[in-house]
Design a protein around this ligand. Structure first.
Ligand code: IMP
Ligand code: MG
Length: 191
């Protein structure tokens, strides 16, 4: 039976079936790239302590949960909390780290995962802070990449699920005032 949300807050941009199919592809692609890096070091997919995933709370948890199930290699998961968009605002107000960053990233392959790349402040901040630890690699993966936005930080994602127009969207982890993260589709809120 298909779960029907109480009432959709807007227009469906990306249906759950397309999201699932794309995340399957993306997980395999990222895993292949990471495994290639490990092989270049003379290691295999089962090498311990080489790959660290850093999902950005709270928005990335649903995407991450789906993604990692298509990544057949040893990895550990840490979480970071970055605040932006406080309250119900749909305007980015800059990013601030609200949790400790892991301090043992040196020499490891780091994959930062977020729900959406918008002004780039969140991922720009994280990338700079992670780079200070000299990891073996830093990759950025986002479910959505918003187009037509003025980036406030010069950053691009290495892996993108979908490019979307400059609209405010919810679902699949993305919220409006804390709500709608559990919507299975990506929905554009009507202004
Ligand atoms: P940035 O720092 O401007 O790139 O914003 C990234 C963060 O803002 C994301 O992690 C989201 O939490 C939030 N965000 C940006 N655009 C949207 C949106 O359309 N819907 C919900 N949250 C968004
Ligand atoms: Mg977020």
């Amino acid at each position: 039976m298909t779960v029907q949300y109480l009432e959709s807050p807007g227009k469906t941009l990306i249906h759950r079936d397309r999201i699932a199919a794309r995340i399957t592809e993306l997980g395999r692609e990222i895993a292949d790239d990471l495994i290639a890096d490990l092989q270049a070091e003379g290691l295999g997919a089962d090498a311990p302590d080489r790959v660290v995933l850093l999902p950005v709370l709270t928005g990335a948890i649903i995407f991450t949960a789906d993604l990692v199930r298509h990544m057949p290699l040893h990895l550990s998961m840490r979480m970071v909390t970055v605040s932006s968009y406080p309250g119900a605002s749909t305007m980015s107000k800059g990013a601030r780290l609200r949790s400790e960053l892991p301090t043992d990233l040196e020499g490891r392959h780091v994959l930062v995962i977020d729900d959406i790349l918008d002004t780039g402040q969140t991922l720009g901040l994280l990338k700079d802070l992670i780079a200070e630890q000299n990891p073996a690699s830093i990759r950025i993966c986002v479910l959505l990449d918003k187009q037509g936005v003025e980036r406030k930080h010069d950053i691009t994602a290495d892996y993108v699920g979908f490019e979307i127009p400059n609209a405010f969207v919810v679902g699949c982890g993305l919220d409006y005032d804390g709500l709608y993260r559990n919507l299975p589709d990506i929905v554009a809120i009507e202004a």
